[in-house]
Design a binder for this molecule. Structure first.
Ligand code: SOE
Length: 396
């Protein structure tokens, strides 16, 4: 049976959701809702995305829509996802799950009761070599992890005439860079290591404290609109450095920034264990560096036949045929639909698939970072109401 999908919020990322479901071949694009019927009609035509609805409530009322993709700006995530869950639809939400930790908790709780699939697009999990790193660490290939570090650096907000709704706390949430991209890094670090961040010490900074906001929001990576506009004071961070402590005793640190010339989508993650290291870079996603102390370092180039059996399904092309961002995004969406087809039972969820529980967990992390900074740079424990008993593997 073909599942029907509807999308709410047809901005930049919407085209990639549509591309991903089309590549699955067994999902029908039913239609899209935007801020008005006119905008939905325009985007439905541009994206060849079926019917245009007057608003998200009309889309939710359509029985042909089984799965709702929520790609609205952050401040609308709660309202739209909550309504979709209550309408009994499966929900695939963009990250962050919501604009605040409280909203994220509400969504998580609603998802637990709803008996449907609930997914957050922490899409960097979908890369085959990310899954390979995860599988290798789980199998003990690098020994006890002791240091987890990296960065997520971009430059699309470098110009003071670049402006985006993400910088307005009412629309983007209290955090800007951490919520937008630091969230991805933290999710990836925890997913790959299998360890949880238990405490953070954060230093946040606003490099560009006043911006000239043009009438329209800047599109990430699209060469932000450079026309002069209203001067706006910016209060949220565009740069952050955070020290981390993990529940297995590992230490870590991450730097996040969106005003760093030359860095486009530079997400890097390295895990150093007692017996070896692994490093992966989003901009060179077909390579996994493996570091050793007493033998030569190596680079694993993505090749389905060299991957762990559990990971091979995430690689679609033979060696030498690079796979990239859209393929990883598709992998996450494919896992989401596989879960839905299997009845969305919690125990049947694909391991790599991020859910509303991960989205809520992530919001607790960002919240702890904001608190740590507000307290003048003090270690802040990360609340963890979700945690069931975990085995803590101490090191050092
Ligand atoms: C802009 O910073 C952005 O598009 C994020 O919103 C995405 O989540 C990230 O994947 C790429 O950069």
């Amino acid at each position: 049976m073909k599942l029907g999908m509807g999308l709410v919020g047809p901005g930049f990322i919407a085209a990639h959701h549509l591309d991903a479901v089309r590549r699955l071949g067994n999902v029908e694009v039913i239609g899209i809702a935007g801020s008005s019927l006119e905008s939905a009609k325009k985007r439905a035509r541009e994206l060849n995305a079926g019917q245009a609805y007057a608003g998200y409530r009309e889309l939710l009322a359509d029985p042909a829509v089984h799965v709702v993709h929520n790609t609205t700006p952050n401040h609308l995530h709660r309202e739209v996802s909550l309504a979709a869950l209550r309408a009994g639809k499966h929900v695939i939400s963009d990250k962050p799950l919501a604009a605040t930790m409280q909203e994220a908790r509400e969504l998580y709780e609603a998802a637990q009761k709803a008996n449907v699939a609930h997914v957050v697009t922490f899409n960097y999990r979908g890369y085959p070599l990310v899954q390979q790193a995860r599988a290798m660490i789980a199998k003990g290939k690098i020994g006890q992890s002791v240091f987890v570090h990296g960065c997520y650096l971009q430059d699309w907000l470098t110009d003071e005439r670049a402006y985006t709704w993400r910088l307005d706390p009412k629309l983007g949430g209290a955090s800007s860079a951490l919520g937008d991209i630091g969230s991805h890094w933290c999710d990836l670090a925890e997913h790959v290591t299998g360890a949880r961040i238990v405490a953070v010490l954060a230093d946040l900074h606003t490099v560009v404290p006043v911006r000239e906001a043009p009438d329209t929001s800047a599109k990430a990576f699209a060469g932000a609109a450079k026309s002069a506009g209203k001067r706006r004071k910016i209060t949220s961070e565009d740069l952050a450095s955070v020290l981390l402590r993990f529940d297995n005793g590992a230490r870590g640190c991450v730097t996040v920034g969106q005003v760093l010339p030359g860095h486009k989508n530079d997400l890097r993650l390295e895990v150093n264990g007692r017996e070896g290291s692994l490093a992966w870079r989003q901009e060179q996603p077909n390579e996994l560096w493996m570091g050793h102390h007493a033998k030569a370092n190596t680079v694993l180039t993505r090749d389905p036949s060299l991957l762990e059996p559990s990971v091979r399904g995430y690689a679609h092309l033979p060696a030498g045929h690079p796979e990239a961002w859209a393929d990883a995004f598709r992998n996450v969406i494919a896992d989401a639909y596989a879960w839905i087809r299997g009845g969305a039972r919690p125990e049947a969820k694909p391991v790599a698939l991020p859910t509303f529980a991960d989205g809520y967990r992530n919001s607790l992390l960002v919240d702890a970072m904001l608190k740590s900074h507000a307290a003048g740079g003090l270690w802040q424990p990360v609340e963890n109401p979700l945690e069931t008993k975990r085995t803590t593997r101490k090191c050092g």
